[in-house]
Design a protein around this ligand. Structure first.
Ligand code: PGA
Length: 260
């Protein structure tokens, strides 16, 4: 894994945006896997700025979001459809027919999940999957004990995750219990993964994911099995990493051509 420590969330977001912009610049048909939550807000703001000021072109880009709540219509303000529209899609020239988010309103969940997997495959596969991390180590909504081979499916949220997401719903009692999420196997099929984490409240999860054993109890630890996984964190989220000085040393001495 490549561990990159940046001084603060703004620097981490700017670097993530540069990595994505470079990918889109090299391949205008790039397929991006996208995440929601508070962490990627700075990244999306920076991509929108690059689109406006530097002509970053999303015209041929395809995107697949990680997850969606079951039972929320796309127009619900707390749905991830709404989140993506609000923070990225309506500000850039993306073709909305190629911006996929799981359908939380489907009447046939297994068929809908299979179609999502098929759509990812038919797009040629995800070039770069952006990920956040939950306090208990989830990626997407793959909560602890998720199969490391799992595919897109329904999951039941832990109460910790429901509490963490309560704000968007005006109270925990309104947070759905079920979600559709890409599986860990789906995520690991991406050609590259970029996990973003900022803030002290993520430090323990980041340390377990990066330096702990690979375990279904910490779904993000599955990224240790991926050939091209980058973990991009700020100082606070890095604060429990035992080898932090080594990761800084690696970044400092990277050959120019390898620099993010
Ligand atoms: P957050 O969520 O960015 O809102 O902390 C991350 C996640 O749950 O994956």
């Amino acid at each position: 894994m490549e561990i990159i420590i940046q001084p603060d969330p703004a620097a981490a977001s700017a670097m993530a945006a540069r990595i994505i912009a470079r990918l889109i610049g090299d391949d205008r048909r790039a397929v991006l896997g996208l995440a929601t939550g508070k962490t990627p807000l700075g990244l999306y703001a920076e991509l929108v700025r690059m689109h406006r000021e530097e002509d970053l072109d999303f015209g041929r880009v395809t995107t697949f979001n990680l997850d969606e709540y079951v039972g929320l219509p796309p127009e619900h303000p707390a749905s991830y459809h709404s989140f993506m529209t609000e923070h990225l899609f309506r500000h850039v020239n993306i073709d909305r027919t190629r911006a996929f988010v799981p359908d939380g309103m489907t009447e046939d969940i297994p068929a809908c999940c299979s179609r999502y997997e098929r759509a990812i495959r038919e797009s040629g596969g995800i070039d770069l999957q952006v990920l956040g991390i939950g306090r208990q180590g989830h990626i997407g909504f793959n909560e602890p004990s998720s199969s490391l081979a799992s595919r897109t499916r329904i999951k039941t949220l832990t109460e910790t995750t429901r509490a963490d997401n309560a704000e968007e719903f005006g109270g925990m009692e309104n947070v759905p219990r079920h979600v559709l999420t890409m599986g860990i196997g789906t995520i690991l099929d991406s050609k590259a993964c970029l996990l973003l984490a900022t803030g002290k409240q993520k430090a323990a999860a980041v340390a377990m994911a990066v330096e702990g054993p690979v375990s279904a109890m910490v779904p993000a630890s599955a990224l240790q099995l991926h050939e091209h996984a980058t973990v991009l964190v700020d100082e606070e989220a890095a604060s429990e990493l035992r080898l932090a000085d080594y990761y800084r040393h690696v970044l400092e001495h990277k050959p120019e051509w390898q620099r993010p």
